[in-house]
Write a protein that binds this ligand. Structure first.
Ligand code: B12
Ligand code: SF4
Length: 514
């Protein structure tokens, strides 16, 4: 059961802004005592009101990145905002909430990434067996529509804005189509997302409000599907709309989900200017170029920027094949970390290991870079050939995919044959790298540099990362065992397809509900 502690009947979430309709929000314990959920009951009584569940399944064996921070998924709030009036809507995020009962729903919309797709499919079957219509959307169904279609009544390829209203209406009138396609819609007239904020105890965790101001990316990185799905042209949400959304929700911290804040300089400057009077703190993702652009970075800091997630990817300039975005030189990275520290902004470096031109020495060189600059926090990703990317197609052509069990496609597992290391070497060195970076001596050595700059956040993040390394070690052991059992020949001639999902059983509560 959920671990929020308090009385099961107290309202867990605060909902707001159902597009002008009168709403009431109350917490319900679902029949069977399976899960607590808020049902937003719109008082408009149209014909055939549906009970709609919007959910995201958890990542079965991967990192539970947002489980402790409980950052709500924006896609679910967007879907709730787009839903026409007259329906009961429940949002469940399995990452930090009890799974929903599989009964009671007329329509279920599930957001699906690659790593949790198998779990989404299992849930879908259960929901269907209990009489619900299931619609899958998000990155994975968008890049693999044929696969996803087999597991749902309908799938949505692309973005929800401009199509979800029709899906709901079609479900209501029993005429769902199998596939809806809606690529790169105009975002300027979207309704406000209907947000829910996880209940906090003593104000913890602080409410982090996700916002996306821009979709689309001008770059074309080989390992990424974003440019293919969202296009190369930036599409913006009007700034006034974002400001109103923030004002209505009073977040403690804003997480700007844009892939590259600052990509459209003029828009970003205007956005930062509009943020200033709101007096909020925010964090976002960018390139080093953003930090080195003095005017842009200063404007961002003045508007409340407190942490920046930088796609460093690899510090070795000679190992950048396939990374088509502008990456910095070593000197620029040193300077970017220094500028962030001076401005009181936490620098989070996102790294990728396993690129074709990397050799084992990349781990040592990266550790030197991180130690030299006392880099406060990192994501140490293993290159993952997600379906729908050029990388996937290339590795498949080169016969280097080890399998296509999507559950392991999570940035933390070696799913392909690296070029300059063995698969085991990449896995082991990556683990050793994480353990070294997160050793007590390393955390203490880097601490003085964070002194004037959110030392508690620094410690919290590093301790959380330490915990995830223990999880990673256990998972990797299971993975290697699974891989050995699955291997038909050594090395495998063809990628292995499997439906088996180790460690992934549906939650007992949901299973019993069926
Ligand atoms: C923010 C973000 C995160 C945050 C999430 C915080 C939060 N709780 O929201 C954090 C940092 C925690 C994170 C973690 C991870 N992430 Co991430 N993340 C993103 C990012 C940058 C934005 C996602 C987002 O919220 N966008 C805003 C919403 C509104 O857009 P959306 O989700 O795409 O939804 C729209 C459509 O897809 C569609 N849609 C979505 N769901 C549904 C459902 C239905 C029914 C319908 C009709 C439509 C629909 O309509 C929505 C509105 O238009 C994307 C990159 C990107 N630009 O998409 C990567 C991305 C989604 N992440 C990715 C990955 C791999 C991960 C991790 C596995 C990496 C890791 N190991 O750390 C983890 C997994 C976490 C988990 N729980 O499983 C990959 C997914 C690739 C794939 N094929 O699965 C992406 C695409 C990045 C990339 N470049 O490859 N991530
Ligand atoms: S990795 Fe980042 S910069 Fe490269 S294409 Fe994807 S979103 Fe754009």
């Amino acid at each position: 059961m959920r671990s929020f502690g308090a009385d099961a009947c107290t309202p867990y979430y605060k909902f707001c802004g159902l597009r002008g309709y009168r709403t009431s929000a109350s917490a319900h314990r679902l029949p069977g005592g399976l899960a607590d959920a808020v049902i937003v009951r719109n008082l408009y009584q149209g014909p055939k009101n549906m009970r709609i569940l919007l959910m995201s399944p958890r990542n079965p064996i991967g990192q539970h990145t947002s489980s402790w921070l409980r950052i709500p998924q924006l896609s679910l709030s967007v879907l709730a905002g787009l839903t026409p009036p007259g329906h009961d809507i429940t949002i469940i995020e399995e990452e930090f909430e009890s799974p929903p009962s599989t009964e009671h729903w007329d329509l279920v919309g599930m957001t699906t990434m690659t790593a949790n797709s198998a779990r989404a499919y299992r849930f879908a079957r259960r929901f269907q067996e209990c009489g619900a219509k299931v619609v899958l959307g998000g990155v994975h169904p968008s890049v693999l529509p044929d696969e996803a279609s087999k597991h749902a009544d309908a799938i949505v390829i692309g973005e929800a804005e401009g199509v979800w209203e029709q899906v709901v209406s079609d479900a209501q009138h029993n005429r769902l189509q199998q596939v809806y396609r809606n690529m790169q819609p105009d975002l300027s007239r979207s309704p406000f997302p209907v947000r829910k904020t996880p209940r906090r105890i003593f104000g913890l965790p602080p409410y982090v409000m996700p916002i996306m101001s821009t979709r689309g990316c001008a770059y074309n990185c080989e390992f990424c599907c974003v440019h293919r799905l969202y296009g190369h042209k930036a599409r913006h949400v009007p700034i006034q709309h974002i400001v109103s959304d923030i004002s209505r929700n009073e977040p403690k911290l804003i997480m700007l989900l844009d892939d590259n804040i600052g990509a459209d300089r003029a828009y970003s400057l205007a956005l930062f200017e509009a943020f200033r009077p709101l007096r909020k703190q925010w964090c976002g993702q960018a390139t080093t170029r953003f930090i080195l652009d003095e005017d842009l970075f200063t404007a961002a800091v003045r508007s409340g920027l407190r942490a920046v997630f930088i796609g460093v990817e690899t510090i070795e300039q000679e190992a950048r094949t396939g990374l088509r975005k502008s990456l910095g030189t070593m000197r620029e990275y040193d300077e970017a970390v220094r500028r962030c520290r001076a401005a009181g902004v936490l620098f989070h470096a996102s790294l990728i290991f396993g690129l074709d031109d990397q050799t084992p020495r990349v781990f040592e060189r990266t550790l030197d870079f991180l130690a030299r600059n006392s880099v406060p926090s990192i994501s140490a990703n293993i290159l993952t050939p997600y379906p729908g990317t050029q990388l996937f197609d290339r590795l498949k052509r080169e016969n280097r995919l080890l399998h296509t069990n999507w559950t392991y496609y999570d940035h933390q597992t070696v799913c392909f044959q690296p070029k300059n290391m063995s698969m085991e070497e990449l896995g082991e060195r990556h683990l050793a790298f994480c353990r070294e970076y997160l050793s007590w001596s390393s955390i203490i050595r880097r601490l003085p540099a964070q002194w004037g700059n959110m030392p508690l956040l620094y410690l919290g993040m590093n301790l959380a990362m330490r915990r995830s390394v223990t999880h990673l070690m256990n998972r990797r052991r299971d993975y290697l065992r699974w891989l050995r059992n699955q291997r038909t020949s050594e090395p495998p001639d063809t990628p292995m397809e499997t439906e088996s999902v180790p460690d992934d059983t549906l939650p007992v509560e949901a299973t019993q509900a069926v």
